[in-house]
Write a protein that binds this ligand. Structure first.
Ligand SMILES: Cc1ncc(COP(=O)(O)O)c(C=O)c1O
Length: 398
C-alpha cells in the first residue's frame, strides 16, 4: 500500500478533524465480531422490497433507461411524491418547481444544510436526535446547538424553543425536527406541531422537517410541519422506511420554489441526479394502490412487535416513553444496573450477546438509555428479550 505523506494528510479539510465517525456504525462494527451476537442496532426494515416494486426497477433496466435523468429527478417520481404528500398529509407542492428527488433522505440532509448554512450559523437540534445532522452542520462551518428534551417526554416544547431563540438570537439559521423520532419513537401531535410553528413564524429560522418515518405512526395520523408553516419548512421524506427500500437510496425534499431553486444547485453539484431504476421503483412505491398497501401491511407487523417489546421491556424494569411511531424503543436502563449506557450496552453485548445502541450516541438526554430497533422478526425479538431478561437476572445476582 503506498504511503501518503504526512504533509498531505495534515493539509486536508480541517473541519473533518472536528467530526467523529458515526457512533451507531462504530458501535455496530465493534460488537459485530462477537460470535452469535444478536443485533437490534441498525435502523432498517427487515422486510424485502415488494415484488411489484422490484419489477419496476427490473423493467427500467431492461428498457434501457440508462441516460441521465433531469437533475431534480424524473418528473414521474416528483409527481408521485407531490401526489403522495397531497393524499396523505394534504400538502400542496408543485412537482416541477418544488420537489427534488435525492439519494436517500441522507443526501437531502446534506443538500439542505450545505445550501443554507454560512460560517458561524447555528442549527438548533432537539436531542436525543438522529446524529447525522451534527457532522454535516460542522463540516459546513456552522455550530449545532442542542436542546435536551428528555425532561419533557422527548418532545420539544414551545417554551424550550423560545428560550433557545432568546439565547442564540439571529445566529440561528435553522432547526431540525424529526418526528416520528429516531431514536425515541415519540412523535408530535398536531397541536404540538402547530405550537412550534407559531413560535417559528415570527423568526427567520428555516425548519428542516425530517419526516422519513411519517408513514409509520401507530396511534394517530401524522401531522406534518409543512401544513402549519409551509413558507419556512423544507420537508424531507423518502421510501427507505415506508417501503423497506434503504438500499435503493431514494428520498425527496419539498419546499417553496425559490428555496428549491437554491437547493437544486448543491444537489446537482454533488450527485447530478439519482439512479434511474431506483427512481422508477420509488415511483411505483409511491403512486400505486399496492404501494400504499405495502406500508400498511408492514406497519401492522411493526405495531405487533412494538407492543411486544414495549411490554417485555417494561416488565423487565425499563422505563419506556410511549413509542407511537417509527420502529424504535428508547428505554431507560433500570436504576439498579449501570447507568453508563455505553458500559451497559458493551457488557450486554459481550456477556449475553445482545446488541443495542447506547443512548448517548444520540446527544444530550440520551445518557442512561438504550435504543432498540424492533425492525426484526418476532422470533428474533423473542430471543432478544430472553437474552435481556437473562442478563438482568445474572446482573442482579452478581
Ligand atoms: C431520522 C432519519 N433521517 C434520515 C435517515 C436516512 O434515510 P435514508 O436511508 O433514506 O438516507 C434515517 C435513517 O436511519 C433516519 O433515521
Amino acid at each position: 500500500m503506498p504511503e501518503v505523506k504526512q504533509s498531505i494528510l495534515s493539509s486536508l479539510n480541517k473541519r473533518l478533524d472536528l467530526v467523529k465517525p458515526g457512533a451507531i456504525r462504530a458501535f455496530d462494527n465493534e460488537i459485530s465480531s462477537i460470535p452469535d451476537i444478536l443485533k437490534l442496532t441498525l435502523g432498517e426494515p427487515d422486510f424485502n422490497v415488494p415484488d411489484h416494486i422490484k419489477q419496476a426497477a427490473i423493467d427500467s433496466i431492461n428498457n434501457d433507461d440508462s441516460h441521465y435523468a433531469a437533475s431534480n429527478g424524473k418528473i414521474e417520481l416528483r409527481q408521485a411524491a407531490a401526489n403522495f404528500l397531497k393524499d396523505r398529509y394534504d400538502l400542496d407542492y408543485d412537482a416541477q418547481e418544488e420537489i427534488i428527488a435525492t439519494v436517500g433522505a441522507t443526501e437531502a440532509i446534506y443538500t439542505v444544510l450545505t445550501s443554507i448554512l454560512n460560517e458561524g450559523d447555528k442549527v438548533l437540534l432537539p436531542t436525543p436526535i438522529f446524529p447525522l445532522y451534527i457532522p454535516i452542520t460542522i463540516i459546513d462551518g456552522a455550530e449545532p446547538v442542542f436542546m435536551d428534551t428528555s425532561a419533557n417526554g422527548f418532545v420539544l416544547s414551545p417554551e424550550m424553543l423560545k428560550a433557545a431563540i432568546e439565547e442564540h438570537g439571529d445566529k440561528i439559521k435553522a432547526i431540525v425536527l424529526n418526528f416520528p423520532s429516531n431514536p425515541t419513537g415519540v412523535t408530535y401531535t398536531a397541536e404540538e406541531v402547530q405550537a412550534l410553528a407559531d413560535v417559528l413564524r415570527d423568526t427567520n429560522i428555516i425548519v428542516i422537517s425530517d419526516e422519513i418515518y411519517s408513514e409509520l405512526t401507530y396511534d394517530a395520523k401524522h401531522a406534518s410541519m409543512a401544513k402549519y408553516l409551509p413558507e419556512q419548512t423544507i420537508l424531507l421524506n423518502g421510501v427507505s422506511k415506508s417501503h423497506a427500500m434503504t438500499g435503493y437510496r431514494i428520498g425527496f425534499l419539498a419546499a417553496p420554489a425559490p428555496l428549491v431553486a437554491r437547493l437544486g444547485l448543491i444537489h446537482q453539484f454533488t450527485i447530478t441526479t439519482a439512479t434511474n431504476s431506483a427512481m422508477v421503483a420509488a415511483t411505483e412505491a409511491l403512486s400505486t394502490a399496492a404501494g400504499k398497501q405495502d406500508t400498511l401491511d408492514m406497519k401492522a407487523e411493526y405495531q405487533k412487535r412494538r407492543d411486544y417489546v414495549y411490554d417485555q421491556m417494561t416488565q423487565l424494569g425499563f422505563t419506556v416513553p410511549k413509542p407511537n411511531g417509527a420502529f424504535y424503543i428508547f428505554a431507560k436502563i433500570p436504576a439498579e444496573l449501570s447507568q453508563d449506557d455505553v458500559a451497559f450496552a458493551r457488557d450486554l453485548a459481550y456477556k449475553n450477546k445482545l446488541a443495542l445502541i447506547p443512548g448517548s450516541a444520540f446527544g444530550p438526554g440520551g445518557e442512561g438509555y438504550v435504543r432498540i430497533s424492533y425492525a426484526a422478526s418476532m422470533t428474533t425479538l423473542q430471543e432478544a428479550m430472553k437474552r435481556l431478561g437473562e442478563y438482568i437476572e445474572e446482573s442482579a445476582q452478581a
